[in-house]
Design a protein around this ligand. Structure first.
Ligand code: FEO
Length: 390
């Protein structure tokens, strides 16, 4: 794709990665992704914001062929999908310097071995004149590494945010055209990458409230020409109060735990609790992460294998613990053969979740009436707790 004009002397550059299906060898990318860089040509100086994943460096360098001079490359974030091609840009433009937060400078030296003399560290709120355009650098730590910042272009009321507000979405659209599709992709992105830093993101959102913003230009996914769409979504996702939602990740070996889960899900739905049921043997782990953004309750279903939970449950519990969702309640259901320490072991896996543990329901072998009655009581307890949410 060629560079595309956004505003007078402001362009999108970058690469759409239609076929990538995994990020960090961990995160599923069902819709691919993009690596957006932006070119801002002031009357006196020219700036490139970020770069692209090294696998797409040729695309960016081709787009830059008609750009005779770059004075600065802003590295909002040191992760290589944005910074990885900066060394090649610096080779192309020997006069260019890299702008980053002080922490970003250190990280870029560590990760990319860029010589220290090529950097210009900027403090929070510092400005840079490009002649007829003015940039302000706003430190926004932990979106999602400690060194991150965003840049405000005052004359165009445009905010360049790198990962912040991004979405893993390969699209030919420069701007958001299908808000439903982008909402899902941006929520997935928030869930998988930003959610552990929910409270610091709240503070970053408060900080940005002082800026008049017409456009938000992230480095993944399309540009937001209706910024309130994504700002409102982030305010909702980072808010303190979970919703009337229960998430039930489970796995079953011979069907008993599945029968328990299906009964429980029906009992929750009958009490007007919104439920998401995920079979961990086949689920897209990103869908599970999305559901954790709003969930008030997490109920894990597992059979007992070698006394403890199924290995897939270990993984899901570890993931939930790392993502630190705002859930308030948790429980465990499942079947075992002759003995089980599943509850104790799962509880030990989720110390970061500040949840009240509701009475687990474990049964030996196939569930019977007494077990289904216990599941009904658990559903009732969940529904009652959800009525107290605020
Ligand atoms: Fe898109 Fe944290 O890199």
């Amino acid at each position: 794709m060629e560079k595309r004009k956004i505003r007078d002397q402001v362009y999108w550059l970058g690469a759409v990665d239609w076929d990538r299906r995994l990020f960090d060898s961990l995160i599923p990318l069902p819709d691919g992704t993009s690596y957006n860089a932006y070119l801002i040509q002031g009357s006196e100086r020219t700036v490139l914001t970020d770069s692209v994943d090294p696998t797409k460096a040729d695309t960016l360098l081709t787009q830059l062929q008609t750009v005779p001079r770059v004075d600065y490359v802003i590295a909002h974030h040191a992760e290589q999908d944005h910074s990885g091609s900066i060394p090649l840009v610096l080779e192309r433009y020997p006069e260019a310097r890299v702008i980053a937060t002080p922490k970003g400078v250190d990280m870029l030296i560590d990760h990319l071995l860029i010589p220290a003399e090529r950097f210009m560290a900027v403090e929070d709120g510092e400005t840079l004149s490009l002649g007829d355009k003015t940039l302000t650098f706003v430190h926004t730590p932990w979106v999602h590494w400690p060194e991150t910042m965003v840049t405000y272009l005052a004359e165009e009321r445009m905010l360049f945010t790198c990962d912040f507000f991004g979405s893993h979405l390969a699209t030919s659209d420069l701007y958001v055209t299908d808000e439903g599709r982008v909402y899902e992709a941006a929520k997935r992105y928030y869930a998988e990458i930003m959610m552990p830093f929910r409270r610091v993101i709240q503070r970053n959102l408060d900080k940005l409230a002082g800026y008049e913003i017409d456009l938000i230009a992230p480095s993944h996914g399309p540009v937001y020409d209706r910024p309130e769409f994504i700002l409102d979504a982030y305010r909702d996702w980072t808010s303190e109060t979970p919703k009337n939602v229960a998430v039930v990740p489970y796995i079953s070996t011979h069907g008993s735990t599945r029968k328990m889960v299906e009964h429980l899900v029906g009992a929750l739905a009958a009490r007007d609790v919104t439920v998401y049921q995920f079979d961990l043997a086949v689920t897209d782990i990103g869908k599970l992460a999305i559901s954790l953004v709003d969930a008030a309750t997490i109920i894990i279903g597992t059979p007992t294998i070698h006394v403890g939970p199924h290995p897939a449950v270990f993984y899901a519990a570890h993931l939930a613990n790392a993502l630190r969702p705002k859930a308030r309640f948790a429980s465990i259901v499942g079947s075992y053969g002759w003995n089980s320490k599943a509850v104790e072991q799962i509880a030990g896996l989720i110390p970061n979740l500040k949840v009240e543990l509701l009475e687990p329901v474990l049964c030996r072998g196939h569930p019977q009436d007494v077990d289904f009655a216990a599941l009904d009581r658990l559903a009732e307890e969940v529904a009652e707790r959800h009525e107290t949410l605020q």
